[in-house]
Design a protein around this ligand. Sequence first.
Ligand code: NAP
Length: 337
Amino acid sequence: MSQTVLLTGISGFIAKHVALALLRDGYTVKGTVRRLDRAEEVRLALAPHLDAPMMERLTFVQADLTSDAGWDAAMQGVEILVHTASPFPLDQPKDEEALIRPAVDGTLRALRAAHAGGIKRAVLTSSSVAIISPERSGTFDESSWADASLPTTSAYAKSKILAEQAAWAFARESGIHLTTINPGLVLGAPLDGTFGASVSLVQRVLKGRDPMLPMIDFPVVDVVDVARMHLRAVQDPSTEGQRFAAVAGSMSMVRMGQILKAAYPTRRIPTKTAPAILLRVLALFDSALAAILPSLNKTHTVINTHAVTKMGMSFTPPEEALKITANWLVTKGYVWA
Ligand code: NAP
């Protein structure tokens, strides 16, 4: 009989791809949404890629990270929890607790309800921001932890570091078997127009909103590869107790601009490096910019050997993932012609 996975935040950019991978592989998927009226939107996004019997294995439940309501009921009949839901805004909030509380408390809420419901296995979507120390150049792997206590750590990074740490602590005390997937900047083709902050970053560059780009680099990965890693973690109990960096390679924002400009030469796409002094001034008014300032002029390499050797992953190269994203945005009309 098909195993049932509770997939939190199924309306998200990554989670819709995870749902696709799970349903195609024969799992039954119960997706959480904050409001049940979002269920139809998710169905419409997935339906063109699945056959009718696969769609019949998809159901929805209502649960919010900030409330206890619905979580215990959501776990009924579930064998594995895949927890992807977490706030991921492009702009940083004035009060960092607005990000940290739903991330940390929501992760614990989902894990506690899973444990209470007798669920033994959980897969958590963490992030490379819980691995990389942005304030120094270097090479990082799953043994590395970012420091949430540094004043330069962004609210989003804190939310992910603290949520993952809380998850590991709960796993130790409860005995629930946890695997984390730690993606870099996730690019690739969205399944619908609700595509979240990472694709919005490419949209911003394509729209030529900024005259120059900051010299920062991102670990990049395609969303299909991220979904595949979630599937592998669900399929393979021997991944338990481990973190897996989901990263194909690094790419600077300036390189991103140059690749996009080469692909769309008639568009006004920035390719030049913004001076650091200018960025520091602009960051006073732009919270998204302020959040990336610690990474300025640093290079970060995240090693993906663990995913390659243990999960058998091969990754879409970053340049290819970027072009797929841009092609989708242009073709679907999400950037001005
Ligand atoms: P997304 O499209 O913004 O999806 C976020 C999901 O979390 C949505 O389903 C959202 O629900 C849900 N959510 C947010 N606040 C919630 C709350 N209070 N209660 C219940 N659900 C809530 O972002 P994404 O890019 O797919 O990210 C998914 C996960 O991957 C997140 O944990 C994120 O931190 C992690 N991640 C993303 C990237 C990336 O580059 N995209 C990289 C590393 C890690 P609504 O639709 O109702 O808002």
